[in-house]
Design a protein around this ligand. Structure first.
Ligand SMILES: Nc1nc2c(ncn2[C@@H]2O[C@H](COP(=O)(O)OP(=O)(O)OP(=O)(O)O)[C@@H](O)[C@H]2O)c(=O)[nH]1
Ligand SMILES: C=C(OP(=O)(O)O)C(=O)O
Length: 212
């Protein structure tokens, strides 16, 4: 097995405004706790991946910053404060060597699937690669070899945007990597695959019984 070489950059939006489509998905669970749990399970899997040398989380959220730091990530403030792609460019700009941007909403992520995807980039060297999300329209991972700018184009229709910008799609199955969680239905899908411990603990909570 080759040495770990990748730095993974994970952007985490301020928890109070992150993952708005998921608000209320787990009754009785504060929204910020759910957004944080998704990020912590993502971070946990990245740190356990043998292809990853370092993890850089770009965030302005103090609670998220403290929690991911405690888990072993480096934290960079979201100085541009101009959205996901600006945060990724900022993070990638602080990195030497191969760099991958990964979304922070992958609570079922298995380290082995991330490792396979990162290693698969070596089959076509010198170019950017991306992994589309399960529906195929979005992107969960964008990877650039050393010396090539990450040039992220996340957002609606990002799989097509990444392809149009010259990035090659990676074709593995990788269900846990492709399972980003934007909606309650996505969360149910992720639970079917197997949630990481932070999100699983919240999903196992029962809402308090209403008085009377
Ligand atoms: N640092 C940083 N991260 C961001 C920003 N916007 C989105 N992200 C992160 O980018 C990833 C993918 O974002 P989305 O799935 O669009 O998440 P979102 O904007 O929180 O969710 P919705 O409100 O449901 O659209 C998640 O890890 C977010 O935390 C931003 O402005 N700054
Ligand atoms: C940020 C993206 O979308 P979503 O909001 O669906 O995670 C994307 O897929 O590029």
């Amino acid at each position: 097995m080759s040495e770990p070489s990748w730095t993974v950059v994970v952007p985490v939006k301020r928890l109070d405004v992150a993952k708005s489509r998921l608000r209320g998905a787990l009754p009785g669970v504060p929204h910020e706790a759910l957004a944080l749990a998704l990020a912590l399970d993502t971070v946990r899997a990245v740190l356990a991946c043998d292809a990853v040398a370092a993890l850089l989380v770009v965030t302005d959220d103090p609670r998220a910053a403290a929690a991911v730091r405690a888990a072993g990530a480096r934290v960079l403030p979201d100085a541009p404060d101009a959205g996901l792609n600006a945060a990724l460019r900022h993070g990638a700009g602080a990195v030497d060597g191969p760099v991958a941007g990964l979304t922070a909403d992958l609570p079922a992520l298995l380290p082995a699937e991330l490792g396979e995807a990162l290693r698969a980039t070596a089959d076509t060297p010198g170019v950017r690669h991306f992994v589309a999300d399960a529906p195929g329209d979005g992107t969960v991972l964008l990877a650039a070899p050393a010396g090539v700018p990450l040039d992220p184009r996340f957002g609606a229709g990002s799989a097509a945007a990444h392809a149009a910008s010259g990035a090659l799609p990676l074709a593995g199955g990788w269900p846990s990597l492709r399972r980003d969680v934007d909606t309650p239905a996505d969360l149910a899908e992720a639970a079917r695959l197997g949630l990481g411990p932070h999100t699983a603990a919240l999903a196992a909570r029962r809402p308090a019984v209403a008085p009377g």
